[in-house]
Design a protein around this ligand. Structure first.
Ligand code: FES
Ligand code: FES
Length: 195
């Protein structure tokens, strides 16, 4: 390398540091102040800065739903969301829905119905299902299918995912077995079974 070339390299201005700004995010009930570039997605803020890796990055283009989280109870694709926009909002991830000792009804239902294989899509599926239940719009299996259609499962566990969501949506009164709705007969109460 010639001395002239080396001098040229030394004379170059070093690249500017990435500009950051402080952002306070309320995630799963706790405030976290981060210093992030303004273009950081909410997904990257959760995974890379807060180590909340339950939320998954699939396509990073808003097309698979694996990054679904809840903001003020509504589901969003966190890969398409700028973290700075969500200051002051209540952000909930799969880690905030339940704990290992105290699973949320949907988390338990996914286990009971064997509603996953590799599990990569599962946190997004569960957050999306929780958002769907919060919305109160879906009443039937077809409506659940339609309103969960933004959540893809490469393993094709859709039938069991539907069963799990329907069980929680219908408060345990209805399950879906291989796509067919099955109504669970009312169980006799303690009082009625005495006689
Ligand atoms: S990673 Fe966000 S929709 Fe696929
Ligand atoms: S369980 Fe593997 S992608 Fe859905």
């Amino acid at each position: 390398m010639s001395p002239h070339f080396i001098q040229q390299l030394l004379d170059k201005t070093p690249p500017a540091l990435v500009p950051t700004q402080p952002v306070t995010l309320r995630v799963n009930g706790q405030d976290h102040t981060l210093h992030i570039a303004p273009w950081t997605s909410l997904l990257d803020a959760l995974r890379e800065y807060l180590n909340l890796t339950g939320t998954k990055k699939g396509c990073d283009h808003g097309q698979c739903g694996s990054c679904t989280v809840l903001v003020d109870g509504q589901r969003i694709n966190s890969c398409l969301a700028l973290a700075t926009v969500y200051q002051g909002k209540a952000i909930q991830t799969i880690e905030g829905l339940g704990s290992a000792d105290n699973l949320s009804p949907l988390q338990q239902a996914f286990i009971d119905h064997d509603a996953f294989q590799c599990g990569y899509c599962t946190p997004g599926q569960i957050c999306s299902a929780q958002g769907l239940i919060n919305e109160g719009r879906a009443k039937t299996a077809d409506e659940v299918r339609e309103l969960m259609s933004g959540n893809l499962c490469r393993c094709g566990a859709y039938t069991n995912i539907l069963s799990a969501v329907m069980e929680v949506l219908c408060d345990g009164k209805v399950v879906v077995d291989n796509g067919t709705l099955v109504t669970i007969p009312a169980q006799p109460t303690a009082a009625s079974s005495v006689n």
